[in-house]
Design a binder for this molecule. Structure first.
Ligand code: BG6
Length: 490
């Protein structure tokens, strides 16, 4: 197998993330032979479950996504359940006993992964107990995998980081940003650095602007409680959107090691023009969805959702203009937008190149379309290059836009692994490239905090976009003032 023996402890084993993502991903790795034959999983959570209950639960979760789950019985036999109270020392001592037993039973060499798939308020407490109650007293590796949100702002993130760094070194902390596990997000780097035709143009001389859209159709569903404290800015921009910006803007790393790649990303985040509180309005637009009617049915507005304040000031949509003040990107706006209850579920990046110096084909009233490189992150995966060509069969030298398409989804029989499968595999192998380094977290919060401070102190005129639309009008103005518009690309 391709991974070392290890004991994986999942805190929050009865929760949604474990069920939807972690169990199916582990099963995929198991079936592909990528998981060591020496592995065991301890599901840790509050409920008084037994091994059998957890195993049935894991089986159900796997069977929901995979119909022909071969060897599922063997897979689930590696799962154990430990009822747990996160702030009680005795609980950790019980857990340690079980961990040590499994360690010898499966010859796990003391390698341990602690996966915190649960409410963030317990991250610090759990990390501390793992050390003081001896769960990290083995000879193997000890890695902490931690879900977002990593803090609520820079200050709380620093506090959390200080707590977990007392137990785990930076190299052993795997902060999940699941966008970094997506096939096409990983492909950004390859498209840029493995092709001779893009990188020479990848700068302010040839690129006019970059647009990143991540839209969702769903509302906040049952996550109103969390979302009220977060909003789209903290939920999506601080992490996923800024990570995509960093990958698009970074310099070529000198080699493909986690250290080199992450340090290039850190430089980008450090070069983001910091926005003064009084300038927020110039650079950022917020939105919140209101009710609408779809096929005769009422779609609730955000303020009508469960666990949401009926006068909520929370943003469910953000559009922004980011400037990267370095030599490569001076003057090139990076526009980002993301929101709930928009027209479609889609993530795309559009790189708009500058116009040719002079249009020789300006006959009739046609303007030459600019070249665009579109990176489709999801649901389609691929790239499209928009070019101009001669209008076929025409008598005159007329141009027409053509598209070169590469679709990743078309690769025969390839079932691209889900983000979580790749990230778990990386963590088991000890490759932290596609996880967020502390320096990235800190710089992202630093950038975002200015915006949230301003927004929290100014009442918004919400709701300002109807559910099922592309967001508030002001988001169009953001580009219009620079002479651009959001490319409507299906
Ligand atoms: C999560 C956010 O990090 O990303 C969610 O908390 C959001 O609110 C989700 O829906 C989007 O991820 P994906 O992979 O569906 O684009």
């Amino acid at each position: 197998s391709e991974t070392p023996a290890s004991l994986i402890m999942i805190f929050g084993a009865t929760g949604d993330l474990a069920k939807r993502k972690l169990y199916p991903s582990l099963y995929h790795l198991f079936r592909k032979g990528k998981l060591a034959e020496h592995f065991a999983v301890i599901g840790v959570a509050r409920r008084p479950w037994s091994n059998e209950v957890l195993r049935e639960h894991v089986k159900d979760s796997v069977l929901t996504s995979i119909k022909d789950a071969e060897n599922i019985e063997e897979f689930i036999s590696h799962f154990y359940y430990q009822p747990h109270d996160v702030s009680d020392t005795d609980s950790y001592i019980e857990l340690k006993k079980l961990a040590n037993e499994l360690d010898s039973k499966y010859s796990l060499q003391g390698n341990r992964i602690f996966y915190l798939a649960m409410a963030p308020e317990f991250f610090g407490t759990i990390a501390e107990h793992l050390k003081t109650d001896g769960l990290t007293d083995t000879n193997g590796f000890h890695r902490l995998v931690i879900e977002k949100p990593f803090g609520h702002d820079l200050e709380s993130a620093i506090q959390l980081n200080n707590r977990i760094r007392k137990v785990f070194s930076e190299n052993d902390i795997y902060r999940i940003d699941h966008y970094l596990g997506k096939e096409m997000v990983q492909n950004i780097e390859v498209i840029r650095f493995a092709n001779a035709i893009f990188e020479p143009l990848w700068n302010s001389r040839f690129i006019s602007n970059i647009q990143i859209t991540s839209s969702e159709m769903l509302g906040v569903e049952e996550r109103g409680g969390y979302y009220e404290t977060s909003g789209a800015l903290r939920d999506m921009v601080q992490n996923h959107m800024l990570q995509m910006v960093a990958l698009l803007a970074m310099e070529p790393p000198i080699r493909l090691t986690p250290k080199e790649i992450r340090s290039e990303k850190v430089k980008v985040l450090g070069a983001l023009r910091s926005i003064k509180v009084e300038e927020v309005k110039q650079y950022f637009v917020r939105g919140q969805y209101g009710p609408s009617t779809e096929n005769g049915e009422h779609v609730p507005g955000y303020r009508e959702e469960v666990n949401v304040n009926p006068e909520s000031n929370t943003d469910t949509y953000v559009a922004g203009k980011l400037m990267i003040d370095n030599f490569r990107w001076a003057g090139v706006p990076f526009y980002i937008r993301t929101g709930k209850r928009m027209t479609e579920k889609s993530t795309k990046i559009i790189i708009q190149f500058k116009d040719v110096p002079m249009n020789l084909y300006y006959s009739s009233d046609k303007k030459l379309a600019p070249n665009l490189l579109v990176i489709h992150i999801q649901p389609e995966e691929g790239i499209t290059l928009h070019l101009n060509a001669k209008e076929s069969g025409g008598q005159m030298m007329e141009t027409t836009p053509v598209k070169l398409n590469f679709s990743n989804n078309d690769i025969a029989g390839l079932n691209t692994p889900e983000a979580y499968e790749k990230l778990l595999f990386d963590c088991l192998r000890g490759d932290a490239t596609n996880f967020t380094h502390w320096d990235e977290v800190a710089l992202s919060w630093n950038f975002v905090d200015k915006i949230s401070t301003y927004w929290e102190n100014e009442k918004a005129e919400f709701p300002n976009y109807a559910a099922g639309t592309m967001g508030p009008k002001d988001a169009d103005e953001l580009l219009k003032q620079d002479g651009f518009f959001w490319w409507p690309i299906a």
